[in-house]
Design a protein. Structure first.
Length: 319
């Protein structure tokens, strides 16, 4: 990606290579001297056994041989030291070559932005380039604890962007942070998005819809129809003939937009109060709107919706 001025580091490598050659020559000389000393020691022992050399002469040869072994070991250590110095110099030289590498994702990356110009003076940790991947691309959203515990890895997600209102991008959840930030009480979630046309770009704002559950052919009521009496959720069913409403306890399920799923009782049907039910206790008279009854206006039933009975979360984020 870039090369830093490297003349000084190249010179260090040249110097280290020269020192290494000297160390190898010293080792060869020490090895030759040690070999000669070993031969002298062998002859001295043979002569000593025959009585030709005295004990003092043999001790002198043994001492000289020990000194040669020490010189050889020193030369060997110096060689290892010079090899390490050369490796260090090469590593320092490699620092002048700035490269980008990655283990996952596609093989192609793009230079997103250049932060310095040629000839600029760099310091440690100075950014010089931003490298981006466009396919696949990662979107980051933040969710509250209400949605956090319903998220799972590999959950499908639909991503929308205002620049392409008619297009939905498919993605999947690839990472859910193990904690919520204390300042915002939100957790970071990463969504990997297929972007083969490369039309989504880093920095764009997106809306992500993640489906938590799906149920078909469910009974739903308007959200405004649900009331609570004595801690029990329910709806006020309307007797159109007598213009009276009666409280019916229910068990609710998925909430999607302005519709609420009714799980129990399964056979519930009719019309419900959607306005002013806070004035009712368990039963009471109601005022019907002009022209009532109107089919589908506040009626309990399998109200068509798109999607039908889907529970999801819509969160804003950015790429």
């Amino acid at each position: 990606m870039a090369v830093i001025e490297d003349e000084e580091y190249q010179q260090q490598v040249i110097q280290a290579e020269a020192d290494l050659r000297v160390a190898r020559a010293n080792l060869e000389e020490a090895a030759s001297s040690l070999d000669m000393s070993n031969k002298d020691l062998e002859r001295a022992r043979t002569l000593h056994q025959k009585g030709i050399q005295s004990d003092s002469q043999l001790d002198a040869v043994i001492a000289q041989n020990g000194a040669q072994k020490a010189r050889y070991n020193v030369a060997l250590a110096q060689l290892a030291n010079r090899e390490a110095a050369l490796q260090t110099a090469r590593v320092r030289l490699s620092y002048t070559r700035i490269a980008a590498s990655w283990e996952t994702g596609g093989a192609v990356r793009y230079v997103g932005e250049r932060f310095v110009d040629q000839g600029a003076l760099l310091s440690t940790n100075t950014p010089i380039l931003s490298i981006v991947e466009l396919h696949p691309i990662t979107a980051v959203i933040h969710v509250t604890d209400k949605e956090y515990f319903r998220l799972r890895i590999d959950q499908p997600a639909a991503v929308l962007n205002s620049a392409f209102p008619e297009k939905s991008f498919s993605g999947r959840v690839v990472r859910v942070a193990p904690l919520l930030k204390e300042t915002s009480r939100q957790a970071r979630v990463e969504i990997e998005i297929e972007n083969p046309e490369k039309i989504l770009k880093p920095g764009m704002f997106i809306n992500a819809r993640i489906e938590f559950d799906r149920r078909e052919n469910v009974t739903v009521v308007p959200f405004n129809a649900v009331a609570t009496r004595d801690g029990q959720p329910g709806v006020f069913l309307v007797d159109l003939e007598n213009k009276r409403a009666r409280f019916q306890p229910v068990q609710t399920g998925i909430v999607e937009g302005d519709l609420v799923e009714i799980i129990e009782p399964a056979s519930i049907s009719g019309y419900v109060v959607t306005l002013g039910h806070y004035l009712l206790e368990q039963e009471g008279g109601v005022i019907l709107p002009p022209g009532a009854p109107v089919s589908g206006n506040g009626e309990v039933g399998k109200t068509p919706a798109e999607p039908d009975g889907k529970s999801d979360s819509s969160q804003g984020g950015r790429l």
